[in-house]
Design a protein around this ligand. Structure first.
Ligand SMILES: [Ca+2]
Ligand SMILES: [Ca+2]
Length: 331
């Protein structure tokens, strides 16, 4: 009897070890507000520079934080100041963040209907650079990505519009349109109407748009004139309900942060959706909102809002887990 139990124990250990070697596991790289789980820092997006350092804009302070994964302590390297509009103070509430090939940093700012820029030379812990307006005319600005010609594409959220901005900035032009749609969450009342959220380009220059409302990924071919063709659905699945930021890995597979399900999924070029990681309200994924690859490692911003699978047992707060943070999935 004793020997049998030892055998079962050893076999199950072996089984676990095999699973760990083949299945990706999410873990926390850095807690962005170690003193609190109560949203004293709020990060909606993440990107990386050529040296593999990570950047997240904090909605609470307006600070742009840099984190070196090798020594993951956040430092402030830039800042988006709040603005006064009609006598009212408006916070930037930064969303998508991305570098251009010259190393300047661009951030989508929905409340300003704008994209702001911090020059690479001004990303400086000794004197954090102030973001300046780069482009205007982008209401709901959320996801952000450059095409190969250096045009910047910005999603407009519930409007479904994807904007194009020339490499010199200025006024944005509509480049594509996802049909509007709203989905009622399982709580029976929350309406999710964001149909144009995360954006990215594949190696062939096709634009991908995360549709949070439908739980879908759209593909849009972009013509030589920068105008998008008619969007087509690559994948639609309950696994994609809450699809937010997305990014391609080195092998050309699309990874999607699925915020309201506390999950990361992949989508093949054929449109097959597979769950990579998922957890309950206690993390390490806590309303994951965006994803970026450095080599083969995925880094994920945890927005940690109290919704659906990230709700605590009381159905109200999101105090479980460690809150605002960067999660990682090692290869
Ligand atoms: Ca987003
Ligand atoms: Ca949580």
């Amino acid at each position: 009897m004793g020997v049998l139990w030892v055998m079962v124990f050893v076999l199950s250990l072996g089984g676990c070890a095999t699973m760990r070697a083949s299945d990706p596991v999410a873990s926390i790289l850095v807690d962005l507000d170690p003193a609190s789980v109560d949203r004293s820092v709020i990060v909606e997006s993440i990107t990386a520079d050529k040296e593999g350092r990570l950047y997240v804009p904090d909605r609470v302070t307006g600070n742009i934080l840099r984190v070196d994964p090798k020594s993951p302590k956040p430092v402030v390297v830039g800042r988006i100041e709040s603005r006064e509009v009609s006598g009212k103070k408006i916070n930037a509430d930064a969303s998508g963040i991305v570098f251009n090939s010259q190393g300047d940093l661009f951030i989508a700012v929905g409340p300003f209907s704008a994209v702001v820029r911090v020059r690479g030379a001004d990303l400086n812990p000794a004197k954090p650079g102030l973001a300046q307006t780069f482009a205007t005319g982008t209401p709901g600005a959320n996801g952000i990505a450059f095409d190969r010609q250096g045009n910047l594409f910005v999603s407009g959220g519930a409007s479904g519009i994807v904007y194009r901005i020339s490499p010199n900035g200025g006024v944005a032009q509509a480049a594509a349109q996802i049909d509007k749609h709203a989905r009622t969450l399982p709580d029976g009342k929350t309406q999710q109407a964001n149909v144009a959220n995360g954006v990215d380009f594949d190696a062939k220059g096709v634009l991908y748009v995360a549709d949070t409302a439908r739980g879908a990924i759209w593909q849009v071919a972009i013509g030589a004139d920068g105008k998008g063709g008619k969007p087509t659905v690559l994948a639609q699945s309950p696994l994609l309900e809450g699809a937010d930021g997305l990014a391609f890995d080195r092998g050309g597979k699309l990874w999607v942060a699925v915020n309201e399900r506390n999950a990361i999924v992949t989508v093949t070029p054929e449109g097959q959706v597979q769950q990579v990681a998922k957890n309950d309200s206690r993390g390490p994924l806590e309303f994951p909102s965006a994803i970026v690859f450095v080599g083969e490692t995925a880094y994920i911003s945890n927005y940690d809002t109290p919704r659906r699978d990230n709700l605590d047992a009381n159905g109200k707060s999101a105090l479980d887990g460690i809150g605002a943070s960067i999660a990682q999935i090692l290869p």
